[in-house]
Design a protein around this ligand. Structure first.
Ligand code: SF4
Length: 367
């Protein structure tokens, strides 16, 4: 089938991954009491960000009236805050892990399908938690607990799993926060039957390579075809994400691919076939490769669509009713997913292609 997507220009894959440097860092009064805030302030100042100490604990920022500029200013802002008490009580997060642990909420990238649009309220400022130590202290109480699901059974030998990418891209904000490195080191020395998991659309893994991770963190690269790069503004080119994953595998980390969101646009078979071949090439001959795969199809809610339409009014991402059905979640909400025929064709293609190109990988789930 002829592809409707233009091939990505070579410059898209060769371009250097840019580190995110916030324009300003707002630090609440309560956050300043935590040593991790001092680490972030020092990093931010060294990177050239403006550091503003807020007089209280509310995030206050003058925003332009123009919604486009207000969005851009919010996305360029990092707030250092104390995580609310709800963050110290973890929630189950099947199928990606047993428990969700948050080191931040928000992300500086501009993906036109971003799931955060439906789950975070207010201006898209990234909020990073200064009380990381307090959050980590809660984790031992969750080890050995969790609901048994087919995906948790598939990784039962890895102990209790904690997902750090539900509300942020931890690697995207790592250069200015250092939070992900701190978590990886904590899991490495904690001596728990547990694993930290994170997935990312960024590629700067250099600070993670030398950490004493003890195999207790699994990084997954969240990938989509280079032809879909226009849906993933501000992220690293997919070739760089795969190269970063290979470096992590070579540093002894268990690794994985999160193919997400799978988009059934015209030409998808060719585009995803290229992507899977690219991943296989990037990981070929890796020593003792421990590779998992997670497959997540594109979905949206009425609420997330409204937010995304306002943020990315010119996006070519299809969020019409075509090929969609409404699915009710266990929480009583509704989401739009691909219809049964589209799902079956996608699923058959991915399972067969992965079996051919990456036969030793473990597919954890399809959703
Ligand atoms: Fe959202 Fe992930 Fe894209 Fe960040 S990288 S904007 S969290 S989809």
């Amino acid at each position: 089938m002829a592809s409707s997507f233009p091939a990505a220009p070579a410059s898209a894959t060769l371009a250097r991954s840019r580190l995110w440097v916030p324009r300003r860092v707002l630090v609440t009064r309560a956050a300043r009491a935590w040593p991790h805030a001092a680490v972030i302030i020092e990093r931010a100042a060294a990177m050239g960000a403006e550091v503003i100490e807020l007089p209280g604990d509310r995030i206050v920022m003058a925003t332009p009236d123009d919604p486009r500029r207000a969005y851009a200013e919010a996305k360029a802002t990092l707030a250092v805050v104390v995580a609310p008490p709800s963050k110290l009580k973890l929630e189950p997060i099947a199928p990606s892990a047993d428990w969700r642990v948050d080191l931040a909420a928000g992300c500086p990238a501009h993906c036109s399908y971003c799931y955060l649009a439906g789950s975070l309220k207010g201006a898209p400022i990234t909020r990073v938690y200064a009380n990381l130590d307090q959050i980590l202290d809660t984790l031992p109480g969750y080890v050995g607990r969790g609901t048994i699901t087919s995906s948790s059974r598939a990784r039962a030998h890895e102990g209790t799993t904690f997902e750090a990418s539900c509300y942020t891209d931890p690697l995207g904000i790592e250069p200015v926060t250092g939070s992900l490195s701190a978590m990886i080191a904590w899991f490495g020395r904690a001596g728990l039957d547990a694993q930290l998991r994170f997935t990312t659309k960024f590629a700067d893994v250099e600070p993670l390579l030398g950490l004493e991770h003890n195999g207790r963190t699994r990084m997954r690269a969240s990938i989509n075809p280079a032809r879909f790069a226009r849906f993933e503004g501000g992220t690293a080119p997919v070739a760089q994400r795969l190269a970063a994953l290979r470096r992590m595998a070579d540093a002894g980390y268990p690794v994985g691919l999160t193919i997400a969101p799978i988009i059934a646009a015209p030409g998808w078979e060719e585009a995803y076939g290229e992507l899977i071949d690219m991943a296989a090439t990037a990981l070929s001959d890796a020593h003792d490769l421990d590779l998992t795969i997670e497959l997540i199809t594109h979905r949206f809610t009425t609420g997330s669509k409204a937010v995304l339409d306002s943020w990315y009014p010119g996006s070519a991402l299809d969020m019409t009713a075509q090929n969609r059905v409404t699915k009710r979640t266990k929480f009583g909400t509704e989401k739009q997913v691909y219809d049964a025929d589209t799902m079956a064709r996608l699923r058959g293609f991915f399972l067969a292609s992965l079996e051919r190109a990456l036969p030793t990988a473990r597919v954890l789930y399809w959703t």
